[in-house]
Structures are given as C-alpha cells and as structure tokens.
Design a protein around this ligand. Sequence first.
Ligand code: 5AD
Ligand code: SF4
Length: 474
Amino acid sequence: MNKNPHVPAEEIAAQAEYSRMCADIIRERYYYKIPLAYVHSFGCQQNVSDGEKIKGMLSQMGYGFTDNADEADFILFNTCAVREGAESRVFGNVGSMKKQKQRNPKITLALCGCMVQQEHISLKIKKSYPYVDLLFGTHVLHKLPQMMHERLSSMSRVFNITEDEGTIAEDIPIRRDGTVKAWVPIMYGCNNFCTYCVVPLVRGRERSRCPDRVLDEIRSLIVDGYKEVCLLGQNVNSYRAGSDFDMNFSQLLREINNIEGDFRIRFMTSHPKDASHELIDTIADCGKVCRHIHLPVQSGSDRILQLMNRGYTADSYLSLVEYAKNKIPGVAFTSDIIVGFPGETEEDFAKTLELVKRVGFSSLFTFIYSKREGTKAAQYSDQTPKEEIDRRFKQLTDLQAQIAADNFAGRIGQSVRVLVDSQGRLSPDYVGGRDDSGSNVEFKGGTELIGSFADVEITDFRSAIIVGQCRMQN
Ligand code: 5AD
Ligand code: SF4
C-alpha cells in the first residue's frame, strides 16, 4: 500500500496553471460566446462527485454548462463499469455523437471513469471510436487541465490511462450540482475484491483523506448554507486503514457531529463485515447522523456469500441489524441484493427472501448479476438460466414492495423532519425531500421551502413516496 498517496501540492498548482492557459486559448477561440460543456456522470455517487470536480475544473477554464448535448462544445461521459447495462448505455450515447462530431469537428468528445479504466474497453474505443478525442482513467482526473491543454493546442486525440494503486488529489475546484446537499468523499478505492465486482480493478486500493481536510470541507459547506453532507466511500468502515493518522470512521463521525450548525450527516457505503457495534453506538449518540444505514447484504445464503467473498454470514448480518434496532429507535435499513449470482439455487434464493423479510428493509436496490471481465466470478461457469433469474428478481421486488407498503402504512400519523430539496413529483404545488430515515416525503408547499427543514405529519403514501402535511417549517 502506498503510504502517502497524496498528489503533491506543486502538481495541483501546475494543473491550475494549465487551467489558466486553457482559459486563454478558449477566450481566443470562442471570442464570440461562452463555450458550453455537457457533463454526464453514470453510476454511483462517487462518480457524481467526480463529475462535480470535472465541472469545477472546466468552469475554471471558462466553460459554461448545458444539459443539452446538442448545443455543447465539450461533451464528456463519466462512465460506470459495475454492470454491463451501464456500459451499453455509454456505447449507445457515444455512438449517437458520431453525427454531431461530423457536423462540427471542433467539438471535443471525452470519456472518463471506471469503464475506460478497463484495458479491453480503452483499446476498443481507441480503435473503433476514432471520434472520441479525450480518454482518461480514474487515476488522472486531477490532470484534466493538462489533458485539455494538449487537446486544445494540438486538436489531436489525447489518451491518459495509468495503472495505479490510486491517489488522493486535494484542492481541486468543485462545482456542486446542488445547494442543499453535498457529497463529501472521505476515501477512495476498495480492497475487498468481492468476486463479482469490478470496482477494485478500476478504482485502485483503499486510501483515506486526512480528517482535517474532510472536516474543513464540511465546515465551509455549512457556512455556505448546505444542510446535509453525505460521506462517500466504497467501504466507509475501513476509513483510516493504512493511513498515518489516528481516527477511525466512528471517531470521524463524532467530530463532524460536533461541527456547529443545523445540518444532517449521511454516509455510504458500509460493508457489513466491517460495520461495528462502535459504529452503531456512534449513530445512536450523534444527533446529526441520520438513522439510516445502507448495508448491502447481496444475498441471504451463506454459501453464496462465501462464493462472493463477502466475509460475513446471514446470521452475523442479522445480529448486527438486531443490535442496531435495539440501540437506535426507528433505524431504517436499505440494502443491495444481487439476483442470479453463478450457481445460485432456488434454496439459496429462498434464504435471501427470508433475510429480506426478517430485516424489513425500507427500500432495496436489486440487481441482476452481470458478468464482469477480470473478476473471479467471471470464471464461475454455473450460470442460472435467464428466465429463472427474471422470475426470482420479480419475486424479490414484489416482496420488497409489500414490505415497504406495510412499513409506510404503519407510519401514518407519525411526525417526521424533512429536508426539503426539490419540487414535488406528485403535484407542482408540492415540495419534497427525505426524512431522517431516507424515505421520500412530499407535502403541499412552495419552492421557497427548498433548503429548509420542515416537520411533516404523515397522512398517506403513494408507491415509494410518503405524503404528509407540513406542521412547522424551521
Ligand atoms: N452484477 C450485478 N450487480 C453488481 N453490483 C456490483 N457488481 C455487480 C455485478 N457484477 C452491485 C452490488 C453493489 C452495488 C453497488 O452494485 O449489489 O453493492
Ligand atoms: Fe465492489 Fe465489494 Fe468493493 Fe463494494 S466492497 S466496491 S461490492 S468489491
């Protein structure tokens, strides 16, 4: 493990200088307008957070932003590799850019992120997608200004994909998507090598940001008026591992909880093998930490969990859930489940259904197993027939819908505190947000409420949305 994975400050300063040089070229080339960038991040919150850094750097170069790729001068897809479907969507999007590039060769089309970090994909793009101008992997994001400078000055194709254990780049400009909730990465990479997962192959080894940097970032977000921070990491419970500072994840949570201000703290993702009683006790003690734990279980069968290399059993998972339910009144659990892992039998799947019933998740992210090149599970031959997987998938989502509906029905009459973050989906005169447990709540109210907390009494629910009435805004 690289003990000091930080990108040196001189390197970050050199990139800021490249940004200035790009700004000069851009001002000259686009003297008649502000050039527009279209940045689309696929996949997880870590990717969304990377996208905010990309936009920060582009903004420094003088780009404005658009949601319409047709009018953009710079188009970037920040890709995801977790499942095949995500990759196919990117190829579809890139393919549809061909005509636009033919019409206007001045456009720069860029691809970055987890998908292109895989060698077989980057080779395919280099060879078969000649109109992709800029291709860079996950370890060189902070070098975007330098790569853009090369592209803008030569108009040639630029490729930068390095095999790396991974770095931490601080002090990159960030252009955040929202003004109420902010993503704050606390660590990068993953060491767990779950046998189905491509993430450790494309995001490098675990490395943690220094607590001082995390705390400073959060303090300034609160000063800027943010009301929620979501701490990000593939496995936040192994925060600190291998670092030279002395603060584990629970201690970090307590420090953040001590920051002055009316705001909430969320985090994701917790790996069940590393989620400790100390973590549960910390959530129970810290008033700002939401009573919601996203704890991906993946399967309820010990045999499958072992084949997945998850490092826990259904029983140990359930006893952790039990401990949390006793310690944190009203705690909500959400989870990820993979259906159709190679060799999953009907009996294994029945154990997953059983576990889902016992925990009573407030919501579930359910995925059909997707074979990923380079992972251990890709060598497992015993694939389950597709019709069988589809049937299991439906059985699981039906069960979860029933559990969620029962859970919502039981909550009618309760009062919840909602952080209002958007206009409602149920009706234009509604606003919406999440309660402490992470449920979507909507109620009648004006958009001036966005960015504030509201006490809402639950009156009804419609599929995944809780409906309520505002009792007090604060
Ligand atoms: N196939 C299906 N789902 C996957 N996930 C990760 N890799 C795969 C795969 N190969 C799911 C896991 C993980 C979530 C982020 O994505 O459930 O928790
Ligand atoms: Fe993938 Fe497992 Fe790491 Fe999560 S913990 S990113 S599922 S390898």
